[in-house]
Design a protein around this ligand. Structure first.
Ligand code: G4P
Length: 196
């Protein structure tokens, strides 16, 4: 079991067979030391890819993305889910449907922060149905930039997010891949050993 899988087992709460609560270190309270390790691990997997920018989405993708950005020495842009008072011109937008919340959001970034030809690493906290990930990919495509791959903290492998991304030819690196979960426990698809 890697250090993230261990943390999920120690602190995660299985709310149902499809929803995992990890608010003690990822979705509400953030454990900075732990998140730094997560960021370093994602960065290590892409360190030979000459990444020039990281793209994530508010809010829970920001913490792992910032630590990965620190490690790779590149800026981090986060897509907004709501219109911002100051973010009004030169926007790239994409529609994202949330299965969890059963609502459609228009996500956006400023064009000026995503240049044609950039090599972009897309990071998010969860990969579930893959809608947010595909929306972020769409923003990169609209900017004429290149998607180097995805860095995901927790993948729910029993949902179809990874399949959708791989079908499009994208590389997906997930630090923990949940195969199955219920009130008796969580099983993971065997992952690479990560040092902590
Ligand atoms: P998708 O983007 O992969 O299609 O997934 P979905 O619509 O199901 O997810 C919508 C939101 O719910 C996302 O966060 C996603 O990270 C989160 N989510 C999905 N499955 C789980 C889960 O099992 N546990 C937890 N804790 N979150 C899950 P969000 O609403 O955008 O929230 P935030 O980033 O602002 O925290």
């Amino acid at each position: 079991m890697n250090f993230l899988e261990q943390k999920i087992c120690d602190e995660g709460l299985v709310l149902s067979s499809s929803v995992l609560k990890v608010d003690s270190f990822l979705n509400h309270q953030i454990d900075p030391e732990f998140m730094k390790l997560i960021g370093i691990e994602i960065a290590n997997r892409y360190k030979s890819d000459r990444i020039t920018k990281i793209l994530t989405i508010e809010s829970s993708g920001i913490a792992p993305a910032v630590f990965a950005g620190l490690e790779l020495g590149v800026p981090v842009v986060f897509a907004r889910k709501k219109k911002s008072l100051t973010l009004t011109e030169g926007l790239l937008t994409s529609k994202v449907y949330s299965f969890t919340k059963q609502e459609q959001n228009e996500i956006s970034i400023a064009e000026k922060f995503m240049h044609p030809g950039e090599k972009v690493l897309i990071i998010d906290d969860f990969l579930a149905h893959g809608e947010a990930a595909l929306g972020l990919a769409d923003l990169v495509i609209k900017a004429n930039a290149h998607i180097s791959g995805f860095g995901i903290v927790i993948e729910k492998s029993f949902q179809e997010g990874r399949k959708k991304l791989e079908e499009k030819g994208y590389r997906v690196e997930s630090l923990a891949r949940v195969k199955e979960m219920n009130t008796n426990g969580i099983t993971f698809i065997q992952s690479e050993v990560m040092s902590s």
